[in-house]
Design a protein around this ligand. Sequence first.
Ligand code: GYE
Length: 351
Amino acid sequence: MKKSYLTIITLILLFLSISGCGTYGQASPSGDAGRQSQGGDDEQLITVGFSQVGAESDWRNINTDSMKESFCPENGYDLIYDDGQQKQHNQITAIRTFIQKDVDYIVLAPVIEDGWDTVLTEARDADIPVILVDRMVNVNDPDLFTCWVGSDFELEGSKVCEWLNGFCRANHISGSDINIVNIKGTEGASAELGRSKALRTAVNKYGWNLLDERSGEFTQAKGREVMTQFLKQHKNINVVYSENDNEAFGAIEAIEAEGRKVGSDIKHGEIMVLAFDGTSDQAVEAVRSGRITCIGECNPLHGPRVEKIIRNLSEGIVPDKYEYVDEGIFSADESVNSVIIDGVSYGVRVP
Ligand code: GYE
């Protein structure tokens, strides 16, 4: 019985890989938005132009795969994928290309919040609905986009900060002994704005010393570079607030290159690394081994969510304007079991 199930699953997987669902080529260079699908009955397919931020992090790559898997021809879509390479002007060019191609829907993961009014007005004038995914835009008229789906970044930040406060209380460490640096994400991106805001709130509330803040652009290389500078300039750092996993990996490299140890024993000279995402195997392993002490989860699997929105829209069903995804908090340290934010309790999980 089990064997025949396995055979059926194997056949389905084989069919999907032959037909292209879930197997895609390289992202096209920006401005030359390329179709991912080949052949099939294109007449029947819904055409979706997706302008992605880039490929800066593990989170982003998983998000891209999730989108490509959901918008495959077998699900009824012709996806035009464009990698913005972390540049807003590339994304604006991609959207204009989508408009010229007269796609049915535009999906935008905006690199930063500001600066979208003009191009989104052009999309509206062309009668093409725009669905935002992951980060937000800051526009004068919210009707310039149909809806948004993503994470509550400030809440993610508050979870990690409350965790640190709980850790301090459990280990009898006073707030004034916390010397923290912030490796920010891409400046002006929703994930950076929300997570940084939560940190500033906690710094004021708990009396931590925020020694420095600089952008690591959500990449490992830049995370390492920024942490190397921080270590040169500040001799008393005991906590690193890193706004994604990849920056944290870079920070750990920098700390270890200086001969220092990462971990939660800050009373005895270790440097505690806090991060966001928790998406890759490497991140999970880092939490389990204690090299990253705590991660605020950020869920990248938006493909099925956006696909459902577009399916509903094509059937005339109006989606919620804003859809927030549920997320948790990970740590292998046993000091804190749960954190409470705005009366809601979030359990701390060991991944
Ligand atoms: O945390 C980071 C990525 O916007 C939620 O972007 C996303 C962030 C994510 O590069 O790893």
